[in-house]
Unconditional design. Sequence first.
Length: 182
Amino acid sequence: MPFLTTERLLLRPLSLFDAEAIQDLFPNWETVRFLSTKVPWPYPSDGALTFIRDVALPGMGAGREWHWSIRLREKPDQLIGVVSLMDKTNCNRAFWLAPRWRGQGLMLEATNAATRYWFAQLNRPRLREPKAAINHPSRRLSRNIGMRVVKFEEQNFVIGRLSTEIWEITQEDWFLYCANPF
């Protein structure tokens, strides 16, 4: 799995060495509330290690998942979030960023790098991701890269059962919309 870069970010393939940093940043209500109930809450003290060891690394090894830690280029040793791609129906991308680094366009850069990999390297025809209809920042990010809602349903999130939108962008539309993606 390659390292990905943007103007301000380094995306490193997730490894067991990232568990401690994720464990410090991730168990935060602002981060987890709109995530799937597959995320245990309260988050256990070995949650990050268990996720990396039992989910992320096996998925990466099987070539059906791609997970990167997000780091600032100016501070490459500091993990600030994670972006993931998965070969799953209606859920091809997931991400989180610690609250301290939100509102700076960093997640847009990270998701564009991952999306470019999905379309350009993996040659996938479409990318879909579910999101809670009330998760306005995540909806705004998807809208900003040209995604559109293609399906409505209800799903269980850490915060509870919510109306959910399935957002999609095709490979062709992404390359047209993002003529010069990060």
